[in-house]
Design a binder for this molecule. Structure first.
Ligand code: HEM
Length: 450
């Protein structure tokens, strides 16, 4: 694609582009025996996502995904989901997340210092970095620290094991399924079993240490795991979630919160690298609100970064890490005048909705962060049109966390570097569960001395 174009729809959902031009925003197609309704209309999408009656529920995930991710929040339904959400929610309250700014900034600071050293050693004062890979490492580090606090080294090992399990699972996704094959001790299966044992035993050990510390009145800890265990203790001391359920929620932190945030940062670097005027504005704002490189970042200063926030929202609009979210109709329904039979899948293509000129205006295809100047809820003619974190009861629990992490990282980068997207970058957004640059995101960073 041309670097100036943000029209990812023909690349990542060409079938929907073709069918939308033939049939309009709302139409039906078949996925094997299952009817799928394209929910390309904001009013419909809002009704589907904000439903609390159980009419539109999450679709069951394939067994391979459940085996990999565990039965954490994104994959469960009904009373189980409500019980888990009650326990996990307090860990993501804004006042708790703000206390994690230090850990986020420390992890990002290490990455920035390594880039500084490389740039300072180069005669040109420049360094070219594949930022996608670096952000993937960074967000894994951040989630290890914020989820497991002082046990972060073991937490990181768990995440590395989960990453390997993910590779093994993806490598076998297209294999012909032979019944019982998962029990045969092939090389991949033996490795999978080893890794699964490691993930479980390490998490059990960390959790048991926390439970023991709490018994000795030393508290559960102020990281995500500690806050979750505290909420799990309930009022009468009766645990709300079992050990296995707590383990599955820990695994979920990694799967739900790590690559998504890395992609948000990667696309933000792309947009700032190709819009130098915005990069300059943001740098001025960061230096004004947060001070120079010698001043530690804190949550209150990050809160004042209005322009940075606007750019992140615009990045989430044009390059949403998650571009399609689905629900299943559990009974016959009337959805904004469309009769939806029980068993229909409702599929909301965020990439198409986010480019709807009726909602976003004639410049919907362009990068214009100013549209968010009055807040995220009022950026379009339709309220709450930014769907990147979804809407309603099943919306992203980690959105405040992701935004804070992205703000802290961008602030640290902007006050030390000016950057351009490298000449060798090929603009090819591609969807592998999440939206990512197919050939990576090389960025040329140049030290600035404010
Ligand atoms: C830019 C970063 C992120 C994006 C774009 C994103 C996007 C989403 C979306 C679209 C959903 C809803 C899916 C659906 O309705 O079916 C979701 C749910 C979820 N996200 Fe995120 N997410 C991000 C970061 C995070 C982080 C950092 C965490 C945790 C550390 C997290 C944890 C979760 C969980 C647990 C759910 C399931 C919530 C529930 O069903 O109750 N996410 N996310």
């Amino acid at each position: 694609m041309d670097r100036g174009s943000h029209d990812i729809v023909p690349r990542v959902m060409p079938h929907l582009r073709a069918w939308t031009s033939l049939y309009g925003r709302v139409f039906l197609w078949w996925q094997g025996p299952r009817p799928v309704l394209c929910v390309g209309d904001y009013d419909m999408a809002k009704r589907v996502f904000t439903d609390k009656s159980g009419l539109y529920v999450k679709q069951g995930a394939p067994p391979a995904i459940v085996a990999l991710m565990g039965r954490g929040l994104p994959l469960i339904k009904g009373d189980d989901w409500a019980r888990h959400r009650r326990v996990v929610h307090p860990a993501f309250a804004m006042d708790k997340i703000k206390m994690m700014t230090g850990a986020m900034a420390a992890c990002a600071g290490e990455v920035v210092r390594a880039w500084e050293a490389r740039a300072a050693a180069a005669a040109s004062g420049e360094v070219t970095v594949e930022v996608g890979r670096q952000f993937s490492e960074l967000t894994a580090d951040v989630i290890s620290h914020t989820a497991f606090g002082s046990s972060y080294r073991r937490g990181k090992e768990v995440f590395l094991a989960q990453r390997e399990l993910q590779f093994i699972a993806f490598a076998s996704f297209n294999n012909v399924r032979v019944p019982g094959m998962q029990y045969v001790p092939t090389k991949a299966n033996v490795r999978r079993w080893q890794l699964e044992r490691k993930v479980r035993s390490t998490l059990v050990a960390i959790i048991n240490e926390r439970l023991a510390a709490a018994k000795e009145a030393r508290g559960y800890g102020t990281d995500l795991l500690g806050l979750m265990l505290e909420a799990n203790a309930g009022d009468g001391g009766q645990r709300i979630m079992s050990m296995d359920e707590v383990i599955d929620e820990c695994k979920t932190f990694f799967f739900a919160g790590h690559e998504t945030t890395a992609h948000l940062l990667t696309w933000a670097m792309f947009l700032l690298g190709t819009h130098p005027e915005w990069q300059r504005r943001l740098r001025e704002e960061v230096l004004r609100e947060c001070g120079g490189a010698e001043v530690p970042l804190h949550g209150d200063a990050l809160n004042k970064l209005k322009l940075v926030t606007m750019v992140l929202y615009e990045t989430l609009r044009l390059y949403a890490p998650v571009n399609v979210v689905t629900r299943l109709a559990t009974a016959d329904a009337d959805l904004s005048g469309v009769k939806v039979p029980k068993g229909t899948v409702l599929s909301a293509p965020f990439a198409i909705l986010h480019r709807d000129e009726e909602a976003w205006g004639a410049d919907a295809g362009e990068f214009n962060p100013f549209r968010f100047r009055d807040g995220v809820g009022r950026a379009a003619s339709y309220p709450n049109a930014l769907l990147s974190f979804s809407l309603g009861p099943r919306s992203c629990i980690g959105q405040g966390f992701a935004m804070l992490e992205a703000k802290a990282t961008l602030a640290l980068i902007l006050r030390r570097f000016a950057f351009d997207v490298a000449p060798e970058y090929v603009h090819a957004p591609a969807e592998f569960l999440t939206l990512q640059p197919l050939h990576g995101m090389p960025v040329v960073l140049k030290l600035v001395c404010p």
